[in-house]
Design a binder for this molecule. Structure first.
Ligand SMILES: Cc1cc2nc3c(=O)[nH]c(=O)nc-3n(C[C@H](O)[C@H](O)[C@H](O)COP(=O)(O)O)c2cc1C
Length: 213
């Protein structure tokens, strides 16, 4: 069994990433790769790993869904009282990873995290299906619960409470990760991958370097 795992490997040959072909702006470069990923019909293309850390630096990672991006940053939604929410409260920094295996690509993003405005959270919350809106009320995310029935009872209760309108829970909303570093990784043959890293400078410009694979 162990040997089988150790034997698993894939050589990457699909594409290359060259300095002369990339954008000077990493969000433009992200937009380009995002478009190619969407066009490739990658399933759950917006699923990304979100890493946070405690004040002491204890890391924790999980998948969340990207719900928007712009020149300012990358947006996801969650419960502000969750484990990740508590870590972000004391240590508002995060790393994001996209792995689009169909394109042999990885994108790493690191930066500071802020809550988006209540108005923007409302707008997204109100666009969600009713079941998801009730779910946000019904689940005390990351808390220990006695059994699944607790959630099912909560669902019934909130459906009953919010017959007319399901408001956004005050503890649920969006975060934006404002990037300081973005790295684009393109798989190449013999593990000699292309890595181009953008780092934000104090003057707001982006410094571009190539990293060894
Ligand atoms: C494909 C996928 C998408 C997910 N999307 C989200 C999301 O957008 N927001 C969220 O809070 N949790 C999402 N989750 C659940 C998280 O991975 C995690 O279980 C949850 O947020 C609790 O994490 P925490 O205890 O570290 O706060 C998703 C899980 C998967 C597998």
């Amino acid at each position: 069994m162990k040997k089988n795992i150790a034997d698993l490997r894939k050589d990457y040959r699909l594409k290359t990433l060259n300095e002369e072909d990339i954008s000077a702006d990493p969000v433009e470069q992200f937009t380009l790769w995002w478009g190619e990923a969407v066009a490739s019909e990658i399933e759950e293309v917006n699923a990304m790993t979100l890493a946070t850390a405690s004040k002491e630096g204890l890391p924790s990672a999980r998948i969340v869904l990207l719900k928007g991006f712009n020149e300012t940053g990358f947006i996801f939604f969650t419960n502000y009282n969750s484990y990740k929410g508590k870590q972000l409260q004391v240590n508002p920094k995060a790393a994001l990873i996209f792995f689009w295996k169909e394109l042999e690509r990885q994108i790493r993003i690191e930066g500071k995290v802020e809550k988006i405005t209540a108005k923007d959270s409302d707008e997204y919350f109100n666009s969600r299906p009713a079941g998801s809106r009730i779910g946000a009320w019904a689940s005390p995310q990351s808390n220990i619960i006695e059994n699944r029935a607790v959630i099912e009872e909560n669902v019934k209760k909130y459906i009953d409470d919010f017959r007319q309108h399901i408001p956004r829970p005050p503890y649920w909303g969006g975060y934006i990760v404002k990037p300081d570093i973005i790295e684009f990784w393109q798989g190449r043959s013999n593990r000699l991958h292309d890595r181009i890293q953008y780092t934000k400078q104090n003057n707001g410009n982006w410094k571009i370097v190539r990293l060894a694979p």
